[in-house]
Design a protein around this ligand. Structure first.
Ligand SMILES: Cc1ncc(COP(=O)(O)O)c(C=O)c1O
Length: 395
């Protein structure tokens, strides 16, 4: 890894880490090439495992190296790899580190795609998965078996916005010799650095806050060098490589992460505060609220919060759908973390394939809405929400 700027403050690393000023270019140029000339240096890199040598763009490219380095330095991690999507990062990581007969612990209250992989696909390869409660480290402890290898959590869960006690989870993993993996997408490295709390691997959907503009699909894994090398060796087989053009856009987005996040999080906290007293709202989930069951843990683990919030509209899914249809600024679409505000009902989108009873148990009850708060003017956003909630009222 290029250590240049690794000792600098977050904002400087966000702008400069991983950027390769080739031929005097101020930003890393796009290397739109499938393959690279085999020089002595590249043959040597190949013999050394090929991980950080641009040889063939499915393995590693100048652009994918740049974004992986940037995230590794933002997270304070030893090493990193970029992938074609967040799900490519998650599936490659789990399929690299787990084998037939192994067991992992996760939670049903995680991103629906990750949940699907864990309950439908991993068992087909003889890998056992137990679902526990991310809010309750004791439930993870109770699920540990002799063959348990991985403890998997999300810093802030999708879509119920629960905050996980990463410190307690990392201690549990260490005590039991488990690999601790966290999806840090909702908190971002600006909000939380799980390496400092004892986590081995950090996963991100780069599609979200890191890219920041809803215009690319990307994934990354950073963390312990030995584990990242193992994941790289299987990425070569599974093929979920990050293409150079996407990496260029992702690097551009990551350079402004620290400029965007304070607006996302402040807007979300203000909207959560106002929603709490709205007559059409049954419940609001945001860790900035003193009333949140996660408030104390959030102050310790991710005090800067998140731009994500969720809430329950009175009147069930019918009212929630009517609410969304009456929004003028906030855009009805799945995904999150872009500069524009997005809204969805998880029951018919991101978590559609999670069985209804599992959804309800996790807190995705009728009327549940997930919102990604953008960086628009907060009064404009609030007026849009207030007007649409009034329109959703059925007397
Ligand atoms: C928390 C979280 N992790 C992972 C993913 C998967 O990322 P991608 O859509 O880039 O594959 C998502 C997607 O919504 C997500 O919200």
């Amino acid at each position: 890894m290029n250590e240049k700027h690794s000792d600098k403050e977050f904002e400087t690393r966000a702008v400069w880490s991983g950027t390769q000023n080739i031929e005097g270019a101020a930003v890393t140029p796009i290397f739109n090439t499938a393959t690279y000339q085999l020089t002595d240096e590249r043959y040597a890199g190949w013999a050394d495992g090929a991980q950080h040598t641009a040889l063939y763009s499915r393995l590693s490219s100048i652009n994918s190296e740049g974004v992986a380095k940037k995230l590794a330095q933002l997270e304070g991690a030893e090493d990193g790899e970029a992938f074609a999507s967040g799900m490519a990062a998650i599936s490659t990581t789990l399929m690299s580190l787990l084998s037939n007969g192994d067991h992992m612990i996760a939670s049903a209250d995680c991103y629906g795609g990750a949940y699907g992989l864990m309950v439908e696909d991993l068992p087909r390869f003889g890998i056992e998965v137990t679902m526990a409660d991310m809010r309750d480290p004791a439930s993870y402890e109770a699920a540990i078996q002799e063959n348990t290898k991985i403890l998997y959590v999300e810093t802030i869960t999708n879509p119920v916005i629960k905050v996980c006690d990463l410190e307690a989870m990392a201690a549990l993993a260490k005590k039991n010799n488990l690999i601790a993996i966290v999806d840090n997408t909702f908190a971002t490295p600006w909000g939380c650095n799980p390496v400092d709390l004892g986590f081995d691997l950090i996963i991100h959907s780069g599609t979200k806050y890191l890219g920041g503009h809803s215009d690319l699909i990307a994934g990354l894994v950073v963390g312990r060098k030995d584990l990242v090398a193992e994941i790289f060796s299987k990425k070569v087989h599974f093929g979920g490589a990050a293409d150079p053009h996407m990496c260029y856009m992702l690097e551009r987005g990551m350079r402004t992460l620290h400029a965007r996040m304070p607006i996302h999080t402040a807007n979300a906290a203000e909207i959560a505060r106002r929603l709490e007293t709205h007559e059409m709202i049954e419940q609001v989930n945001h860790p900035s609220l003193a009333s949140s069951p996660d408030y104390k843990v959030a102050q310790r683990i991710a005090p800067r919060g998140t731009g994500m919030l969720s809430f329950v509209v009175k009147g069930g899914d019918g009212a929630a759908l009517k609410f969304m249809q009456n929004l003028d600024i906030i855009f009805e679409a799945t995904s999150l973390g872009g500069v524009e505000s997005l809204v969805e009902c998880p029951f018919n989108s991101s978590h559609m394939f999670v069985p209804e009873d599992v959804r309800i148990e996790a807190g995705i009850v009728p009327g549940f809405v997930r919102m990604s708060i953008g960086i628009e003017n907060v009064e404009d956003l609030w007026n849009d929400i207030d007007k649409a909630l009034t329109a959703a009222k059925t007397d």
